[in-house]
Design a binder for this molecule. Structure first.
Ligand code: ZN
Ligand code: ZN
Length: 271
C-alpha cells in the first residue's frame, strides 16, 4: 500500500509544471509571434477584424491553468492504475520497437480526433453544453490562450482520453509526451486568430484533411458546425462541416473576396 502512494504529491506537481510549461510556451509563443511581432506582416491572414480584449486573454489563461490541474490529477490516477498493473499493454508495447512507437503515436492522434469529435457533439446538446462546454464558448473570438479554457467537466473529458486509450491500445509510455506536444501545438494554432495553412491556387487549404484556424474559428463563431479538432474527415462524413468553410478559408487567405462578417454565435444543438 505504501508503494501505491509513494511520491504522489511530487508526481502531481511535476505533471502540473510540465503541462503549464507546455501550454505557456506554445500559447505565449503564438501570441507573441503572431499577434505582436508579426501582426502587421500577417494582417492579411487575420481571421477576424476584431481583436479580443486583454481581459478575455487573462481569463482564458486562468481557466487553462485550472484545466491543467485537472490533467495533473488524472495523470496521478494513471500512476495508480499503472502501479496496480492495469496498463499491461503499455508495458508490453514498450518493447515493440521504433515502428510501433510511430504507428501507436499516429493511432492515438487519430483516435483522439474521433473521441473529441463525438464527445464535443455530445457536449453541444443543450443540457450538457451548460455544464461542460459553455466556458470554452465564452471565447466567441478565440485567442492562443483559449486552448485549455474549459469547464471542469470538459477538462475531465479531455484528459480522460489519455487515461483510457492505453487501456485498449498498446501504447508505449514514451509516446505520451509526443502526443501531448502535438495536441497543444495544434490546439494553439486552431485558436491563434491567424490562418497559417498554405493555400492552393484554387484557394483551398494545401492539406485539406487537416483542420485549419478558419475551420475551428467557424465553430467558435457559429457553434453548430465543425466539431473535429485535427482532421476534417469526421465533419465531412457526418455532414457537420460549415457549408461556407472553403469560401471563408479562401477569403481569409486572400484568394477570393472577403466573406461577409461572421454571424453572431448561436449555441444550437447540432442537426
Ligand atoms: Zn475551441
Ligand atoms: Zn464547441
Amino acid at each position: 500500500m505504501q508503494d501505491l502512494f509513494q511520491g504522489i504529491p511530487e508526481i502531481w506537481v511535476a505533471n502540473l509544471k510540465m503541462d503549464i510549461w507546455r501550454y505557456g510556451v506554445f500559447a505565449v509563443a503564438a501570441w507573441l509571434s503572431l499577434w505582436i511581432v508579426l501582426g502587421r506582416l500577417l494582417r492579411h491572414r487575420k481571421v477576424r477584424a476584431e481583436t479580443p480584449p486583454p481581459r478575455q486573454l487573462m481569463l482564458e489563461f486562468l481557466f487553462s491553468i485550472r484545466s491543467i490541474a485537472v490533467f495533473s490529477t488524472i495523470g496521478v490516477g494513471m500512476v495508480f492504475l499503472d502501479r496496480l498493473g492495469l496498463y499491461p499493454l503499455s508495458v508490453m508495447a514498450g518493447a515493440w520497437g521504433a515502428t510501433w512507437f510511430v504507428v501507436s503515436l499516429l493511432l492515438m492522434i487519430v483516435g483522439q480526433d474521433a473521441y473529441i469529435y463525438w464527445t464535443h457533439r455530445a457536449m453541444h446538446r443543450l443540457r450538457l453544453f451548460r455544464r461542460f462546454h459553455v466556458r470554452h464558448h465564452r471565447s466567441n473570438n478565440p485567442s492562443p490562450f483559449t486552448a485549455y479554457s474549459f469547464d471542469l467537466g470538459e477538462a475531465v473529458v479531455m484528459a480522460g482520453f489519455v487515461a483510457l486509450w492505453p487501456l485498449i491500445v498498446p501504447t508505449p509510455w514514451g509516446v505520451i509526451p509526443f502526443f501531448m506536444m502535438h495536441q497543444i501545438f495544434r490546439n494553439t494554432l486552431l485558436h491563434a486568430g491567424y490562418e497559417l495553412m498554405p493555400a492552393r491556387a484554387d484557394g483551398r487549404p494545401a492539406f485539406d484533411w487537416f483542420t485549419t484556424t478558419v475551420h475551428h474559428d467557424l465553430h467558435h463563431g457559429m457553434a453548430r458546425w465543425n466539431f473535429a479538432p485535427w482532421f476534417t474527415w469526421w465533419d465531412r462524413w457526418r455532414g457537420t462541416e460549415h457549408p461556407e468553410y472553403h469560401a471563408r478559408f479562401a477569403a481569409t487567405v486572400g484568394r477570393s473576396a472577403k466573406a461577409e462578417l461572421m454571424a453572431p454565435a448561436r449555441y444550437d444543438v447540432p442537426g
